[in-house]
Design a protein around this ligand. Structure first.
Ligand code: NAG
Ligand code: NAG
Ligand code: NAG
Ligand code: NAG
Length: 269
């Protein structure tokens, strides 16, 4: 069994990645971008049986954010060929209706999008400032990492998990990189200096739970959707609907982008 199980896993992984190429997933995130720009809550690869959540709660695509046409000034998507999933970050700086949107898509075995999980933030959400998000996000370099320098999925995910865990457990060792900058809402911890550090304080006793990941090894990224200050197992029932996206280089954290929705939750910590 010891030798058989890894063999089976690697065969399955190979099959999944053969069916789910980066080119294919890129076409899907292009469809999502076009749909959001046009405000059409449908696109060619959407399954008729799609599960949709908005800010961690079951919702209707028809009345959701996707049905509002938005002028997107910044769009970056990441592609997970192993899980056949994608992540997109959209920034809308329209002063009358600004948004920052994080979306994970998951595909079924018929190569159709069967799950959409969106977190969106706007005025009133945690440190929200779409102009700031756009300003800082545009200055950062999230380009493809040359083959030999790429980290494994496990390394990228472990860096993200360490960061998420340290909010609750100060004994966790986080692979802090340098420089490193956190873009939280529209607030930036960095100064564009080589000495910029992300180790500039985190709250304690806060659980970041019910995590769902999209990993892209080519770009060293992982997006984690989670309940910030929530309770294990109770998705979206407690805490803030939250997206934490990480860029990891040589095993170390380089950039962190966060969105935390306070919508309908009263005081936002
Ligand atoms: C639709 O999706 C739900 C939830 O994923 C699943 O339980 C159900 O079997 C699906 N129905 C069809 C017709 O595929
Ligand atoms: C900006 O938002 C307002 C209010 O929703 C909307 O009427 C307007 O069309 C938007 N402008 C653009 C360029 O999307
Ligand atoms: C896809 O197919 C595999 C193998 O047949 C199966 O184990 C898996 O549950 C399927 N996944 C979905 C999302 O239907
Ligand atoms: C939002 O960010 C921009 C760009 O960094 C900054 O100029 C502006 O003062 C910020 N607005 C608020 C309300 O903090």
């Amino acid at each position: 069994m010891r030798t058989l199980i890894p063999t089976i896993i690697s065969v399955l992984a190979t099959r999944a990645s053969a069916a789910c190429t980066r080119e294919f997933l890129t076409a899907i995130t292009d469809e999502l971008l076009a749909a959001q720009s046009a405000g059409q809550p449908t696109f060619p690869s959407l399954s008729s049986n799609v599960t949709y959540t908005e800010n961690r709660k079951p919702a209707s695509l028809i009345s959701g954010i996707l049905s509002t046409p938005l002028k997107i000034v910044h769009a970056r998507s990441q592609h997970d060929t192993t899980q056949c999933a994608t992540f997109s970050e959209f920034i809308i700086t329209n002063a009358s209706a600004p948004y920052v949107i994080a979306t994970q898509l998951r595909l079924d075995n018929s190569s159709q999008v069967s799950q959409i999980d969106t977190i969106f933030t706007t005025n009133g959400d945690w440190a929200f400032n779409a102009t700031g998000t756009y300003y800082w996000a545009s200055k950062e370099k999230w380009d493809a990492i040359p083959g030999p320098q790429r980290d494994t999925r496990a390394t990228i995910k472990a860096a993200a998990d360490a960061y998420c865990d340290v909010f609750n457990d100060k004994s966790v060792t986080v692979p802090w990189g340098e420089p490193c900058a956190r873009l939280e809402g529209g607030a930036y911890t960095g100064k564009m200096l080589p000495s910029d550090s992300c180790n500039v304080g985190v709250p304690s006793g806060v659980k970041l739970v019910n995590r769902r990941y999209v990993v892209d090894e080519v770009y060293g990224t992982v997006d984690v959707m989670l309940d910030f200050g929530g309770r294990e197992g109770k998705v979206g029932m407690q805490g803030l609907p939250d997206s934490h996206e990480f860029r990891v280089e040589e095993g170390k954290l380089r950039f962190v982008h966060t969105l935390s929705s306070c919508g309908g939750r009263g005081a936002c910590m």
